[in-house]
Design a protein around this ligand. Structure first.
Ligand code: GDP
Length: 295
C-alpha cells in the first residue's frame, strides 16, 4: 500500500537522520521533498500546502532544532500529522437507538458499492448482528441479482421488490420487513451511475428524506485518486454523507484519496476495502495507516 510514497518519505528521513543536528536549510529542503512526494502521490494540493506548513512550523521549533536526534523527531512529527490528516481516531458505524439501524450505501458505478454492501453485512454477522440487504438499484436488473448472490455468499437476509417499484418505496418496505423479520441492521444498495447526475442525486436525497438513515456511506475507488475526492465532495454537498468506504486499496494506488478525503470533505473514512473477497474489509484506523505509509 502506497509503496512509492513510503519509499520516498523513508529516503528523506534517512538523509535527515544522517545529519545529526539540523539547520533550517536542512528542514527547508526536507519539506520541499515531502511536498513533492505527496503531490506525486496525488494528494490534493491544498491539503499538501497546509500539511507541509504545519510540519515545518513544528520541525523548526526549538525542541527539534536543539534535540540530539532531530531526524527522529521530524519523523515523529510527520507520523502525527499524517494521522491527524486522516482523522486521528477510528470512527465507528452510527447506531440507532431504535432498531433497525439503517445504512444507505451510495457511489458511482464500479466503485465497489454492491461488493461492500456484502462486506459490511459480513462484518456485522461476525459481530452477531442480523443484517438485511435491500436492493434499490432498479435500473440494472443484474444489480438486484448481484446483491442477492452477495447476500447468499455471506449468509444474510435479502429483500427485493423487482425493478417496477420506486427505489424510495423499496427502501421503506425493506425497513418495514426488517422490523418484522427481526433484522437489527438494514443496508440499502442504491443505483450508481458512470458520472454524477441530477437524477441520481435526487433519488438519493428522496431516499434519505423518507428513511432518515443513521449512516450514509459513500463508496469510492481509491485507484481514481483525486477523482475520488471530487466525487466525495459532490456527494457530500448534495447528501451530507456521514462517512466514506475507500475501496481497492489492495491495488496499485498512490495514496492521494486516502490522504485527502478527510480534510477536503471533513467526513471520516470509516472502512477500507482491501480485496474482492467478502472478508477484505477493515475499519479505518488513521494511526495505523500513517504507520503503514511510513513503513
Ligand atoms: P458497484 O458498481 O459500485 O456496485 O461495484 P461492484 O461492487 O460491482 O464492484 C466492481 C468491481 O470492483 C468488482 O469486480 C469487484 O470485485 C471489485 N472490487 C470491489 N471492491 C474491491 C476491493 O476492495 N479491491 C479490489 N481489488 N476489487 C474490488
Amino acid at each position: 500500500m502506497f509503496e512509492n510514497l513510503g519509499d520516498k518519505l523513508q529516503s528523506i528521513f534517512d538523509s535527515l537522520k544522517g545529519k545529526g543536528k539540523l539547520s533550517e536549510k536542512d528542514v527547508e529542503l526536507a519539506m520541499k521533498e515531502i511536498r513533492m512526494a505527496l503531490l506525486e502521490a496525488d494528494v490534493n494540493y491544498k491539503v499538501v500546502k497546509d500539511f507541509v506548513k504545519d510540519i515545518k512550523e513544528r520541525a523548526t521549533g526549538q525542541e527539534v532544532m536543539e534535540s540530539l536526534t532531530p531526524g527522529q523527531m521530524v519523523i515523529k512529527i510527520v507520523n502525527e500529522e499524517l494521522t491527524s490528516l486522516m482523522g486521528e481516531k477510528e470512527v465507528k458505524l452510527n447506531i440507532s437507538s431504535k432498531s433497525p439501524t439503517v445504512i444507505l450505501m451510495c457511489g458511482l458505478q464500479g466503485a465497489g458499492k454492491t461488493t461492500h454492501c456484502g462486506k459490511l453485512a459480513f462484518h456485522l454477522l461476525k459481530k452477531k448482528k442480523k443484517p438485511l440487504l435491500v436492493a434499490c438499484d432498479i435500473y440494472r436488473p443484474a444489480a438486484i441479482k448481484q446483491l442477492q448472490v452477495v447476500s447468499k455468499a455471506v449468509g444474510c437476509d435479502f429483500f427485493e421488490m423487482g425493478d417496477k417499484v420506486s427505489a424510495v418505496d423499496i427502501a421503506k418496505n425493506g425497513i418495514e420487513y426488517a422490523r418484522k423479520n427481526g433484522n437489527d441492521y438494514v443496508i440499502i444498495d442504491t443505483a450508481g451511475r458512470l458520472h454524477i447526475d441530477e437524477s441520481l442525486m435526487d433519488e438519493l436525497v428522496n431516499i434519505k428524506k423518507e428513511v432518515n438513515p443513521d449512516d450514509i456511506l459513500l463508496v469510492v475507488d481509491a485507484m481514481t485518486g483525486q477523482d475520488a475526492v471530487n466525487v466525495a465532495e459532490k456527494f457530500n454537498e448534495n447528501l451530507e454523507i456521514t462517512g466514506v468506504v475507500l475501496t481497492k486499496l489492495d491495488g496499485d494506488t498512490r495514496g492521494g484519496a486516502a490522504l485527502s478525503i478527510r480534510k477536503v470533505t471533513n467526513k471520516p473514512i470509516k472502512f477500507i476495502g482491501t480485496g474482492e473477497k467478502m472478508e477484505n474489509l477493515e475499519p479505518f484506523y488513521p494511526d495505523r495507516m500513517a504507520s503503514r505509509i511510513l513503513g
